[in-house]
Design a binder for this molecule. Structure first.
Ligand code: MG
Length: 310
């Protein structure tokens, strides 16, 4: 059931930078994206077409997409909150869009000030238009494995939402562990419930956060039950928005290391990816939480200090 190769969907330029305090200049974002693409990553979420006032870190969306290569080896994706955002995404020439809503009514209300039903109506329209325009589409469901306000979230709620998103034309649904509450056996149960409910396993992706240290174990579990697409952020870029200083996104290097060492192909060159992570840390000017990233940095420092002391 487990796949011999997996697809990694890189989120650092959008989900990572959105949750960092610093605003990175557009040209440096483009350079980071070029390095990520150069490591072999085939899908990169580069920005968000939300109202620039909401997320100043990503206010340069159109300008950034304009700086990216015309014939990329990766597909570039942008987050889209509504129909206005979709129009901006279409104008930019981006290849794929991602929509989002939460499986938790309280979280959805706090995040976008809409009920789940209201969000779904808007997203269904966005997905329909995006497909007509020939864009690839994915749809994030947040808080699938727990909500910071409500606690447990019934997996049946995620199933109902996923079914509607697929019917509306989403190419894939992404099960998000928004605040890193999920555990491996829960991941196994939730994916099984969705699969039994008619959501094809090859149209599910997973987006884990390492807030409590469970992201890699959750990813391994998801792979063992047949999931083939994994979101991750280079060097673990992007903290947890609810807990300053805490880890957020699963680090891409950690995921690539685990899969490649197990003989599961990712298509990503780990050395090149680690160098991209170094570049990202330089942009932010702070230590980033990825484990392989820290190991790689430590090795480089030791090598450099040996060279000096000789
Ligand atoms: Mg995330």
């Amino acid at each position: 059931m487990s796949l011999s190769s997996v697809r990694i969907y890189e989120v650092a330029p959008r989900d990572g930078l959105q949750n960092e305090a610093a605003v990175v200049p557009t040209a440096e974002k483009a350079e980071l994206i070029a390095r990520l693409m150069g490591s072999g990553l085939g899908d990169i979420e580069v920005t968000s077409f939300v109202r620039p006032r909401w997320i100043p870190q990503l206010a340069d969306a159109a300008e950034l997409v304009g700086l990216l290569p015309r014939n990329p080896t990766a597909r570039f994706w942008g987050l889209v909150p509504n129909r206005v955002g979709l129009e901006r995404a279409l104008e930019s020439g981006i290849g794929g869009i991602a929509t989002f809503l939460s499986a938790s009514e309280t979280h959805n209300k706090k995040n976008v000030n809409r009920t789940i039903r209201e969000s779904l109506a808007g997203i269904e329209e966005v997905l329909g238009v995006a497909r007509e325009e020939g864009l690839r589409t994915r749809a994030y469901i947040s808080c699938v494995f727990g909500c910071p306000y409500e606690g447990d979230v019934a997996p049946e709620a995620s199933l109902q939402i996923a079914a509607k998103l697929l019917a509306a034309g989403a190419d894939e649904v992404v099960l998000g562990d928004t605040t890193g509450m999920g555990t491996p056996l829960q991941v196994e149960r939730v994916i099984a419930l969705l699969a039994d409910g008619g959501v094809p396993i090859d149209r599910m992706a997973v987006h884990f956060h390492d807030t409590r240290g469970t992201a890699l174990a959750n990813a391994l579990t998801a792979w063992r039950v047949g999931i083939g697409t994994f979101d991750a952020s280079v060097a673990g870029l992007g903290g947890c928005p609810y807990a300053p200083g805490a880890a957020g996104n699963l680090a891409t290097e950690d995921l690539v290391y685990m899969f490649e060492q197990m003989g599961v192909r990712t298509g990503v060159d780990l050395d090149a990816l680690a160098d991209a992570g170094e570049y990202a840390a330089g942009l932010l000017g702070r230590e980033l939480p990825g484990r392989y990233h820290q190991y790689h940095r430590g090795n480089r420092r030791r090598t450099a200090s040996r060279a000096v002391s000789r």
